[in-house]
Design a protein around this ligand. Structure first.
Ligand code: SF4
Length: 216
């Protein structure tokens, strides 16, 4: 007869322990975010990334509650992932690298066709920065993709599984794509757009070129 009350008291204790652990982890993650934002220094990169990946949604809520810029969590995850994974990416063969741009970087007058497997088939019309960049990549046999959505990169990697990937996107999409690729252990490097929005966004193409051709 005492079995059921005992069961509920054990459940209650377990719940309280989990709650305390959750609050402590949330506090540690907040301190790590604060130290990265204020001191521009990443301490314990792998632990930071683990905590931010695990507590992504609660931390985002907390950041909004604290009146901070909600993009800060994604930006920190991108920065930390780049720190952790950059050696693998920069030591990969340049010929095996592929570049993935977001759809919104094109000109609104872009007439290129879209294919489900290859994304936007850029014809290098010169109406946006991608055309000239693609010319250089074509000369070096490097593949360039313009992604119609965040999950597009998974399709590309099914076709080219040995690639390492240079990703360009806004903070939310870039973080999502980098998370997918790192779970599959694909060498990657992420570059944030300088101007975000749904149309005619912008990126520092010189920086993209530098990261594409840099090798260690
Ligand atoms: S350069 Fe390529 S992506 Fe840019 S507008 Fe022309 S066809 Fe579209």
């Amino acid at each position: 007869m005492n079995g059921i009350p005992n069961f509920f008291s054990v459940l209650g204790v377990v719940f309280v322990i989990l709650l305390v652990v959750f609050v402590i982890l949330l506090l540690i993650a907040t301190i790590l975010i604060y130290s990265i934002v204020k001191k521009q220094k990443i301490i314990f990169p792998r632990a930071t990334l683990f905590l931010l990946d695990t507590l992504y949604f609660p931390i985002k809520r907390l950041v909004v509650y604290l009146n901070m810029d909600k993009s800060v969590v994604d930006k920190i995850q991108i920065e930390v992932r780049n720190v952790i994974l950059k050696n693998e990416y920069f030591s990969s063969d340049i010929k095996n690298r592929i570049v993935v741009f977001p759809y919104c970087l094109r000109s609104i007058e872009c007439k290129a066709r879209v294919s489900p497997e290859l994304g936007v088939k850029c014809v290098k019309c010169g109406k946006c920065k991608i055309g000239d960049f693609k010319k250089i990549c074509d000369e070096n046999s490097i593949k360039v993709f313009i992604a119609p959505g965040g999950s597009f990169v998974k399709r590309v990697l099914k076709k080219y599984p040995k690639s390492s990937v240079l990703l360009v996107a806004c903070y939310a999409e870039l973080n999502e794509m980098m998370r997918i690729l790192s779970s599959k252990r694909i060498p990657e490097y992420g570059i944030l757009l300088d101007k975000v929005g749904c149309i005619e966004t912008d990126v520092d193409m010189e920086n993209v070129k530098e990261m594409l051709f840099e090798a260690h």
